[in-house]
Design a protein around this ligand. Structure first.
Ligand SMILES: Cc1cc2nc3c(=O)[nH]c(=O)nc-3n(C[C@H](O)[C@H](O)[C@H](O)COP(=O)(O)OP(=O)(O)OC[C@H]3O[C@@H](n4cnc5c(N)ncnc54)[C@H](O)[C@@H]3O)c2cc1C
Length: 435
């Protein structure tokens, strides 16, 4: 029997180091350079400071911990990563400083799994070294969660591929050195065989960033999510990642881990919002008493604390199962559940924190309004929650059968005769005469 909720002291010491380092060295970057995390090239002062922080992380053996030792990470596994990501979730910059930022993490994972030696040397190594950033180009303006709607195509032309089409919300494309692109290579095939994955250097002629779409509150064309037109983009055959026709399977590999990492960071976001709510409740007086003394505010804090503990345990258990089974397919229900719950958790806890802060809560002098928006980002990215709900329900229902007759199998009047006969036989066996 092993059922343990303790972190081993050696790793706890590392978490304590991370917590202190993020608080004192990384969070100041969030305040002074909030929009510069992915910007390339970095300004000189930003580059010097960030490189120095990344080196301190390497010196602690904490760089790119989502990757195995063969790729320069520690391969700590998902449970330890979950505990680390809770801390990173508090900060814009932490993932970049620790080498675990999306979408580079997912792109590195598929390059490691499917890349040739040349592709790894050219694209993966500088990514792992933190020298460049990358983009993932899958969603299209007319089709997001349903790949059947994707039309961006790649066709063979001699040894080359020629790509034509549009991609939407390709995050960080404006700063990326290369884009990982999902394109249709077989117009006739079913979704599972129709696509291939490509590595497209960002400076290839025909790769045109039409607009840099922002999320709410960001200035027009100053956002991080590009509308990209691939206009007769010619790339050599060795830019195919994996085999032709295997793109859908390659894409699935990068999405599994991503969903879990979002959930882990959601814990960090909500803990931060709860911390802020509690501090405010203890600081603000209205109508003669602290907010902390008002019953409704106590309800906000109590519900938030309990919901966060529930969610955190489910995330940690999911991470533990991934480590234990080493098979994402066996943990799909759990991953779907934490993906579905994350937006609601953020909406409820960050929303309550905003409420307790009043006008200041929704202002641009606190980070809460931006965090509130993250509920939608976790809701859409890596597939909308509704699709995960359908997956979860389909798998849960597989374990059940319809009732054999008119009444449910637990219908009490229908159970009575059988139960009475059972009890009579047990009493008879115990020598008790029947009544
Ligand atoms: C901040 C951010 C960053 C992103 N970065 C990237 C990136 O780097 N690369 C990339 O390729 N994409 C990226 N995306 C896009 C993301 O992958 C898509 O938003 C997502 O796949 C959903 O597609 P969609 O937005 O077109 O929504 P749609 O597919 O149009 O769905 C809209 C809504 O319809 C409902 N819905 C859809 N399907 C179903 C269904 N089967 N059953 C019930 N309801 C359904 C859901 O409520 C859903 O939210 C990013 C998105 C965001 C918000």
């Amino acid at each position: 029997m092993s059922w343990d909720f303790e972190t081993d002291p050696e790793f706890q010491a590392r978490l304590d180091w991370i917590d202190e380092f993020v608080r004192t060295e990384v969070e100041p970057l969030d305040v002074v350079w909030p929009g510069d995390v992915y910007r390339r090239p970095m300004d000189d002062d930003v580059a010097v400071l960030v490189r120095s922080l990344q080196q301190q992380v390497r010196d602690q053996d904490l760089w790119a911990c989502h990757l195995g030792p063969e790729l320069g990470g520690k391969g700590y596994g998902q449970l330890k990563l979950a505990l680390m990501n809770e801390i990173f979730g508090r900060s814009h910059w932490a993932a970049m400083v620790f080498g675990t930022q999306a979408p580079d993490t997912g792109n590195a994972e598929i390059l490691a799994a499917f890349g040739t030696a040349e592709q790894k040397a050219r694209f993966l190594q500088p990514l792992l070294d933190g020298e460049i950033v990358s983009s993932y180009s899958m969603t299209e303006p007319q089709g997001g969660s349903d790949p059947a709607g994707f039309t961006c195509s790649a066709r063979r032309d001699g040894e080359d591929w020629v790509i034509d089409g549009w991609k939407f919300f390709s995050s960080h494309a404006r700063w990326a050195s290369f884009l990982v692109l999902l394109a249709r290579t077989d117009p006739e095939a079913s979704v599972h065989d129709a696509f291939s994955m490509f590595l497209v250097p960002a400076d290839t002629p025909g790769v045109e960033i039409v607009r840099n779409i922002g999320v709410y509150g960001e200035a027009e064309d100053e956002g991080a999510h590009a509308l990209v037109h691939y206009d007769h983009v010619r790339i050599p055959g060795d830019c195919l990642l994996g085999d032709a026709g295997d793109g859908f399977g390659v894409a699935q590999v990068r999405l599994g881990g991503g969903r879990v990492h979002h959930a882990m960071r959601a814990v960090g976001i909500c803990q931060r919002a709860l911390d802020m709510m509690c501090e405010r409740a203890l600081s603000r007086t209205t109508r003669g008493s602290l907010l902390a003394d008002k019953q409704t505010v106590q309800g906000y804090i109590g519900d938030s604390w309990a919901e966060l503990q529930q969610y955190r345990l489910l995330v940690l258990q999911t991470a533990w199962k991934i480590d234990r089974y080493q098979d994402y397919a066996k943990v799909r229900e759990d991953i779907a559940a934490i993906k579905i719950l994350a937006p609601k958790l953020i909406r409820d806890i960050v929303g309550r924190s905003i409420q307790v802060h009043g006008a200041l809560g929704i202002s641009n002098e606190l980070d809460l309004a931006r965090l509130f928006l993250v509920q939608f980002i976790t809701g859409f990215s890596d597939g909308p929650s509704e699709i995960h709900q359908a997956t979860l329900v389909r798998r849960v229902l597989k374990r059940y059968e319809p009732a054999p007759g008119l009444w449910p199998t637990q219908h009490l009047p229908s159970l009575r005769d059988e139960s009475e006969a059972h009890i009579a036989s047990r009493l008879a066996a115990l020598g008790v005469p029947s009544a």
